[in-house]
Ligand binder design. Structure first.
Ligand SMILES: C[S@@+](CC[C@H](N)C(=O)[O-])C[C@H]1O[C@@H](n2cnc3c(N)ncnc32)[C@H](O)[C@@H]1O
Length: 322
């Protein structure tokens, strides 16, 4: 496990509150808060899962970036003036590379608290031929917000919910946006569904129950964060309170119909394994048995062999303009 003095580790789910996080452990210490400012999650260990999940969503991000480029133009930020972009909480940098490709004239900075993930972001940038305009910066949030510098576009996908005071996080990021620029927050949408309601084993509706269990896990995760501050998660209103003008909210579909490629099925296997390992306390024994059957690689009921597995999710993107 990659360690960082005084911190627990954070990790959830590779996407808006999907099942996937270890529950119960707490980090310790942390930048003099006297509490932990990270969840007890091993982000490095989750790197491969995060990366594959993000890869499945590349088409939605391409669509979103085309929309955001248009919004920037409307705000007077054209190709000649967009100089610096931040991907805050970049993880393995799948979306950083897309930003770098979409804005080739700009410097794109992948910002994350985990060195191992930033290393992946650098490797990916090299593989994708965007290393020239991609850099990385290790930053622990919220403490290091002041080190990020200003930017024409700040993209932050599934990260703000890992910070105790989400409004304060938006306030800090908004202060770094240049005039005419955008703060873009990717949070929530619809959690992935990837199996039929009735899968022929157990009680129908497993995925809905996993989602409900994950909401419990998510709430417990947030409540354990240092400085946890409840807020109505009305992202456009929060962006407005941070001093930004609403620039739009859009939701993008990721729709991979059955039958999936083996690589995608293998990713679903990892998700289900993580669900079994992390949501146990919220699942019935019967659902845990069904998860074990889905994870049995020898059985025809196993997820690796299922021709009924698909991948369907929607991701919501909120933009505010300075
Ligand atoms: C769910 S992942 C999202 C990764 C990527 N943005 C995506 O949407 O695929 C959350 C990322 O935020 C980073 N992160 C979480 N809490 C953080 C904190 N307090 N400071 C810095 N980075 C943090 C994690 O290391 C991880 O890479």
């Amino acid at each position: 496990m990659h360690t960082h003095a005084g911190h627990g580790h954070g990790r959830d789910d590779g996407g808006h509150g999907d099942e996937g996080q270890r529950h119960g452990g707490h980090g310790h210490g942390g930048h003099g808060h006297g509490g932990h400012d990270h969840e007890d999650v091993d982000w490095d260990a989750m790197a491969a899962l995060l990366e594959r999940e993000a890869e499945l969503r590349i088409p939605f991000v391409e669509e979103a970036l085309a929309w955001l480029r248009g919004l920037l133009l409307e705000g007077g930020c054209g190709p000649d003036t967009v100089r610096r972009l931040l991907d805050v909480g970049s993880g393995p940098g799948v979306f950083t590379a897309l930003l770098a490709r979409t804005f080739p004239q700009a410097e794109v900075v992948a910002v994350d608290g985990e060195q191992g993930l930033l290393e992946r972001a650098r490797d990916r940038a090299a593989r994708e031929g965007v290393a020239r305009n991609t850099t990385t910066q290790e930053a622990r949030l919220p403490d290091d917000f002041g080190t990020l510098g200003s930017a024409d576009l700040i993209w932050t996908s599934n990260v703000i919910h890992h910070i105790g005071d989400q409004q304060a996080a938006l306030d800090a990021l908004a202060a770094s946006v240049r005039p005419g620029g955008l703060l873009v927050v990717v949070e929530r949408g619809l959690s992935p569904r990837y199996l039929p309601r009735d899968i022929g084993i157990g009680r129908p509706g497993l995925l809905a129950r996993l989602e409900a269990a994950n909401e419990e896990r998510f709430t417990a995760m947030r409540e354990a964060l240092a400085g946890h501050t409840p807020v109505v998660e009305d992202w456009p209103a929060m962006l407005a309170r941070a001093g930004l003008a609403p620039a739009g909210t859009r939701t993008f579909l990721t729709d991979l119909p059955a039958p999936l490629e083996p690589a995608a099925r293998s990713h679903l296997r990892d998700r289900l394994e993580r669900a079994r390992d992390t949501l146990g306390e919220w699942l019935t024994p019967e659902d845990t048995r069904v998860l074990n059957a889905l994870l049995d690689d020898e059985a025809p009921t196993g997820i690796l062999h299922r021709h009924d597995a698909f991948y369907l999710t929607a991701t919501t993107v909120h933009a505010g303009r300075r």
